[in-house]
Design a protein. Structure first.
Length: 366
């Protein structure tokens, strides 16, 4: 799937999973957010931070973003994929434009093309058994056991960008049993959201993304259909995403701060090397967290084989306690986003127009 297609599908996919409710309000709204991707071990390859500014006006939107790769080497190699960019979505014209600000180039995609790309990706994932999908586990050796999900409303409250919010955490886990060794390690996805019921501007945002979802062929009222489309992006973890999507239909309020954490481990998770080392030391107590840490650090056997030392853990926001992971699990990657400002000023007249001095990318004719 093309990089631009992935970004577009992800934007709409998250809109669907927010729980689509909306009113008849008509007003321009500008939302600014910070975004970060933090991974450990082999998954630290794509670590990045950045900001985004999204303008929504009726059936149009524009998102300007600036992503910075934390690795200088990766940043150099991906210099055309990161940095200042913009996406213009015109629902009334059935078009999506991706702008490379530095190169003054753009691509044009229709929703028909986007739906076709997503269907091809889904068909390919099904035909090859997800073998080519990036994953924390070797899917070919994995026998998936039933998934479980829990919803925690802790009662914690905080204010972001002036909006009072309350914390809701949805945790879905699914054990993976190694077909060769019989060892069991679970994959967990933790969605941690701070929801603001007083974010009245959110109705216009949800209304736009509801229409966006319908353009992609998704019925917002049908949670199963939304789950099927989410599977295109996260097909390697169908079990946990099915559970997550189902529970998110019931949450209320606009997410002013959110994070998605993929974790690995569990109280039964044992790496063969770590288990052998523990069996040779009778005075060493059994510690599932240590074993899970060894698994996440080495990513051997059932898990990816590249050995990379984990970077120091990022300091949590002082006003927010870190998200709690299931016992014995170790976070592999976290994608987080936080609202920083909201404005209802009218959008500029040229906000949704590709600049005249931008050129269509070679081989990307409409």
């Amino acid at each position: 799937m093309k990089r631009g297609t992935i970004r577009t599908a992800a934007s709409a996919g998250f809109g669907i999973l927010l729980g689509l409710t909306f009113s008849l309000a008509q007003a321009d709204i500008t939302i600014e957010r910070t975004t970060s991707v933090e991974g450990v071990g082999a998954m630290a390859f794509g670590n990045m931070t950045g900001t985004s500014r999204t303008i929504i006006s009726g059936d149009k939107s524009r998102t300007d973003s600036d992503l910075r790769m934390q690795s200088k080497i990766v940043g150099f190699l991906a210099r055309n994929a990161a940095g200042p960019s913009a996406e213009i979505v015109l629902l009334d014209e059935d078009k999506i434009y991706h702008l490379n600000i530095n190169k003054k180039e753009y691509t044009e995609t229709t929703f028909e093309q986007l739906r076709a790309d997503m269907q091809r990706a889904s068909d390919q994932a099904t035909s090859n058994g997800d073998k080519k999908q990036p994953s924390a586990v070797d899917q070919s050796k994995c026998q998936w056991l039933p998934a479980k999900v829990s919803v925690d409303k802790s009662g914690e409250k905080a204010s972001f960008a002036g909006y009072d919010s309350e914390r809701v955490t949805i945790t879905a886990t699914q054990p993976c049993q190694d077909k060769d060794t019989g060892s069991i390690c679970e994959v967990a996805l933790v969605v941690d959201e701070w929801l603001a019921p007083g974010f009245t501007e959110g109705s216009e945002v949800r209304k736009f993304y509801a229409a966006y979802a319908q353009k992609m062929g998704v019925d917002p009222a049908n949670s199963q259909d939304a789950t099927e489309k989410a599977k295109v992006l996260f097909s390697q973890y169908k079990g946990i995403w099915t559970e997550i999507a189902s529970k998110m239909q019931n949450v209320k309020g606009y997410p002013v701060r959110s994070s998605f954490t993929l974790a690995l481990g569990g109280t039964q998770c044992k790496d063969s090397n770590a288990a052998q080392a523990q069996s040779e030391s009778a005075d060493t107590p059994h510690n599932p967290a240590d074993i899970a840490g060894a698994v996440a650090g080495k990513l051997t056997g059932l898990f990816q084989k590249k050995k990379t030392d984990a970077p120091p853990a990022a300091q949590p926001t002082p006003a927010v306690t870190p998200v709690a992971l299931p016992p014995g699990d170790v976070a592999l990657i976290t994608v987080s986003s936080q609202l920083t400002s909201v404005s209802t000023s009218s959008a500029a007249a040229d906000a949704f127009i590709v600049p005249a001095d931008f050129k269509i990318q070679a081989g990307k004719t409409p």
